[in-house]
Design a protein around this ligand. Sequence first.
Ligand code: PLP
Length: 457
Amino acid sequence: TTLKDSKEKEGCPGSSLLKDLIPLGPEESAMEVVLKKIQELSDSDQRDPFMVADLGVLASRHQAFCQALPRVSPFYAVKCNSSPWVLRVLAALGTGFDCASQVELEQVLGLGVAPSRIIYAHPCKPISHLQYAARHGVQLLTFDSEGELTKVAQHHPGARLVLRLWTEDSKSTFPLSAKFGASLELCGHLLKSARDLGLAVVGASFHVGSDCQDPHSFAQAIADCRRVFEMGRGVGHDMSLLDIGGGFPGVEGSEPEFEEMARVINAALAQDFPEGAGIEVIAEPGRFYAASVCVAAVNIIAKKAVLQPGGHRKLLYYLNDGHYGTFRDLLGEPYPRMPIVVKELCSKPPLFPCILYGPTCDAFDTFFNEEVQLPELDVGDWLIFPSMGAYSSVMSSTFNGFLPASICYIMGPELSFCKWFFPSINLAAASTQPRPEESFSICGLKRFLPRHLRRRN
Ligand code: PLP
């Protein structure tokens, strides 16, 4: 029995999320599947929250990453969205994987991925997880402290170690440097300690913080890694691996654009780690791959109107998914995300300041730190949130007895080359899928739809 099996038996949330995989017609989009499902559910009182995950989008994100960063091999960060379908598609596409724990290692190894395609990229590992990595041949490990070196020397002496550097991450939505990363001043000492313990350090890594807004954070960190490479070589390590971590933007259309970030990274690599010097460059993208894969649909279960000074109305909408479910990540974001309203409305409906609450009894269970402007809606109406595939279902809890949103996976014919991975799926049936009827209009906010969610024709 694996640790993952036993956790699932204990009822670990997320263990039963895997639902059917629906083949998609060539002209169908994820948004149409969402609208069709909303229509089905709206005929009943069972209006539970759900997500639709388009695995074709995952493949196109992979393509975009490889095109923009041709020297960089992606090791997808499993923590971001560890759905078995997501991992299977990425394994079939040939990415590597960044795992943070034994369960993640089990999940990826269980798909038949070679241990050499995995980096165990958590600088502070439990001993039992470290021993698991050693037993299963996962050799690439990150570290950022003396204590971790002592543990590795005892429990995984054959490891190929990657020293994680501290980065300046104040320009990122989710900073990480208070918790992880060795300062440049400490690196020399750590590299010597590793050598004295008989351990092999093979490279350097960093993480600029998740959802990084400033490409120059990457450039600075790459320059710092060059210094670490020089220090490492100076004490006898064979430095050959540069890991530029995650932090790439997730939501399409966000600023700065990924392509701009990639240009800065490519230039920094050319300057500090020129091609032909035998350096392998990897990255650990999470958000960039997973965010736009999922569209989330939530239903209004209660509503209140409060009068503000001046007689203005403020609307409180209580939704059946929230901070303790799919939407935990949103509170950390600097701006509220505008949902798509699924309702027939006049062309320019009046908008009201609204607060979106999740379903639990906790007052902290809100979507955003500020009000959003939405039209007047009713109990039973639906809201759609695109780009909800990153740090969403993986964070879901069953707090207050509200179950995580179910997930419906869809896959277009463009992924038929992965068929050997999905033997039970009849992709030929794709074109016979009925199209959703056009009885819903997407109120005003269509411009927030990312390109891939618009109709494909
Ligand atoms: N690698 C490590 C070590 C991380 O901690 C994280 C996120 O916390 C990632 C990669 C993925 O980052 P992102 O989703 O910003 O790409």
